[in-house]
Design a protein around this ligand. Structure first.
Ligand code: ADP
Ligand code: MG
Length: 236
């Protein structure tokens, strides 16, 4: 316990501002908790992809991110790692309720994110759940209260925000909007705006998208504070 508090203090110190780790190419070069490092190692992740290299040094320092990189570039780890690290540094426990919200346009993508979260977060003690519909709303209602991290689709999440009595998002520390362009293409603009209206303004936000359309920029303006722009154009 003491060793862990010591680790947390060191991590907080190192992630006040991006330091020499801005040039890191391996996950092991980043200021990450041992628990996260163990999860990454077990899953076989060693070298960062381009979008991870560019965004993680900033997102780990609590900066808002507007990230663009095509499908398959490794965006999932680029947001899961800062989510887990944020809650770890805040000494978040299952009793603290919802601390992180990850929004994804489709059920399938949400499930994929959840699987990566389970792997990388295996050695952390956070509770995590899916809010994607398909199962009974009542079932979800019962579980939703116990979760520290939720991976959700926009429609179902808003349904809970409007209908599930006592579902409290006022302490959310970090919000992830994944595949923002697709969310907007699917007509979720109003839903996302309504969700944003429920969230505390003091929070970190990471917005990832494969393309930077006008509507993505509008959503970015609504949801991000002084974002860092990270964009990767791969050579073909
Ligand atoms: P995106 O969300 O940008 O489409 P994903 O996060 O789904 O990309 O990652 C695509 C694939 O690359 C996945 O199979 C994932 O396991 C793998 N991957 C991601 N980051 C790394 C990494 N640093 N090293 C090796 N494989 C990785
Ligand atoms: Mg993805």
């Amino acid at each position: 316990r003491d060793a862990e508090l010591n680790e947390i203090n060191q991590l907080k110190e190192k992630t006040k501002a991006p330091g020499e780790f801005q040039n890191a190419s391996l996950f092991s070069d980043l200021p990450l908790s041992n628990r996260t490092k163990m999860g990454l190692k077990k899953a076989g992740y060693k070298k960062m992809t381009e979008i991870q290299q560019q965004s993680l040094p900033l997102s780990l320092c609590s900066r808002d991110i507007l990230g663009a990189a095509k499908t398959g570039s490794g965006k999932t780890l680029a947001f899961i790692i800062p989510v887990v690290e944020k809650l770890y540094k805040e000494c978040w426990t299952p009793l603290d309720g919802l601390g992180a919200l990850l929004i994804s346009p489709t059920r399938e993508l949400a499930i994929q994110i959840f699987e990566v979260l389970k792997k990388v977060g295996e050695f952390h003690g956070f509770s995590a759940g899916l809010v994607i519909g398909g199962k009974s709303l009542e079932e979800e209602k019962k579980r939703i209260f116990r979760m520290n991290i939720l991976v959700a689709t926009p429609g179902r999440l808003l349904q809970h925000l409007d209908q599930t009595v006592g579902f409290d998002v006022s302490h959310v520390q970090i919000l992830v909007l994944d595949e923002a362009d697709r969310c907007l293409d699917m007509g979720f603009s109003k839903t996302l705006n309504a969700i944003l209206g429920h969230l505390p303004t003091e929070r970190q936000t990471l917005l990832f998208s494969a393309t930077q359309t006008k509507s993505v920029k509008d959503l970015a303006r609504l949801s991000l504070k002084k974002p860092e722009y990270v964009s990767v154009h791969e050579k073909s």
